[in-house]
Design a protein around this ligand. Structure first.
Ligand SMILES: C[S@@+](CC[C@H](N)C(=O)[O-])C[C@H]1O[C@@H](n2cnc3c(N)ncnc32)[C@H](O)[C@@H]1O
Length: 330
């Protein structure tokens, strides 16, 4: 059973990630660790430390994604608010919601802003964002959802005309068929008048792409290794994060940055909660994330396969990043 707690008159937080879900998470983790090559689902990056490291990544000089998406949002927010007439903003993978205020401000200028729904696996982020935003916006209600968007999208309560957003190139963390499945889950419960705004990173020269994931300060490497700390807690495991090297390169064929952790030496690993012992060999890679790079036809195809139609395509002058505005087709 999910628990919904009124935190204040204007904040509710609904927790869908229940202990019973841990069993499903552990089963999934076992399966991905036994794949060849081994894999850890990227949602495990985001404990409190991981979310803080991700915020640091967004400030790095090499990481053009966040600042480009931000300035693009600034330039289109009023148009999007007017065109959608949305009263509710639902943000999937909201994280620290740093860019959210741009849209909330624009909706507020339209006189429409009523409800914000931050949806994230990170409970600390959902609670913090709910507190901050109700302080900053006098009339705003926040219905926080601590939930997994690969499982719980149909738990979002129905409401008034809404804009659902998935920013930060988060969709790029999913393989094409998984991305379509996720986006179908977004599209299915949407009403005819709702809109969806999707942030995607675009294909560009390899040096620039690879530099964004191999920053000179080593923050991305630390973020990558942090996933092992999260798995250690979840599965009572004894991965030694410092014994793994961060690896990130552009896989041109799949059009994604592939991110992994390479064991420096042979690593025996015990996962008590899974009753599993792994022998990870020196230089063996554990895949932790992909970050897909798109062009417009790829995004349009993905949206159409998920039940959407593209309403508008926005990109910056250098064509680094794009925001796709979509509606349910039909
Ligand atoms: C790449 S960050 C983007 C954060 C923010 N939206 C931005 O644009 O800066 C991805 C966010 O999605 C959340 N997330 C990842 N997998 C998730 C899942 N399966 N369900 C819900 N949230 C998830 C993470 O906790 C993290 O806050």
């Amino acid at each position: 059973m999910a628990t919904t707690t009124p935190v204040s008159e204007r904040i509710r937080v609904e927790v869908q990630l229940e202990p019973s879900h841990r069993e499903a998470d552990l089963a999934e983790l076992r399966a991905t660790l036994m794949e060849s090559p081994r894999r850890i689902p990227s949602k495990y990056f985001y404990d409190q430390q991981g979310s803080a490291l991700f915020e640091q990544i967004t400030e790095l000089p090499e990481y053009y994604l966040a600042r480009t998406e931000r300035s693009l949002l600034e330039s289109i927010a009023d148009e999007v608010a007017a065109r959608t007439g949305a009263e509710e903003l639902v943000e999937l993978g909201a994280g620290a919601a740093t860019k959210t205020r741009i849209l909330l401000d624009a909706m507020s200028r339209q006189g429409n802003l009523r409800l914000y729904v931050p949806f994230d696996v990170s409970e600390s982020e959902v609670r913090r964002v709910a507190e901050e935003l109700t302080r900053e916006y006098d009339e705003l209600f926040v219905h926080g959802m601590v939930a997994d968007f690969t499982h719980h999208l149909d738990e979002i309560p129905p409401g008034d005309p809404r804009l659902v957003i998935l920013l930060g190139s988060t969709i790029g963390n999913y393989r094409p068929e998984e991305a379509v499945e996720l986006l179908q889950g977004v599209c299915d419960p949407m009403a005819a008048g709702d809109f969806f705004l999707l942030g995607v990173d675009l294909v560009k020269d390899v040096e620039r792409l690879e530099a964004a994931y191999n920053d000179s300060a080593g923050i991305t490497a630390e973020f990558n290794r942090n996933i092992l700390r999260v798995v250690n807690r979840l599965a009572e495991a004894d991965f030694r994060p410092e014994s793994y090297r961060h690896v990130a390169f552009f896989d041109r064929e799949n059009s994604w940055i592939e991110i992994s952790l390479a064991a420096e030496t042979d690593q025996p690993v015990r996962l008590e909660a899974l009753d599993l012992t792994l022998s990870i060999e020196a230089e063996e890679k554990i895949h932790t994330e992909i970050s897909s790079k798109y062009d417009r036809p790829m995004v349009e195809e993905m949206l159409v396969a998920s039940g959407f139609r593209l309403a508008e395509w926005y990109t910056d002058p250098d064509r680094l990043f794009a925001l796709a505005l979509a509606r349910k087709s039909g």
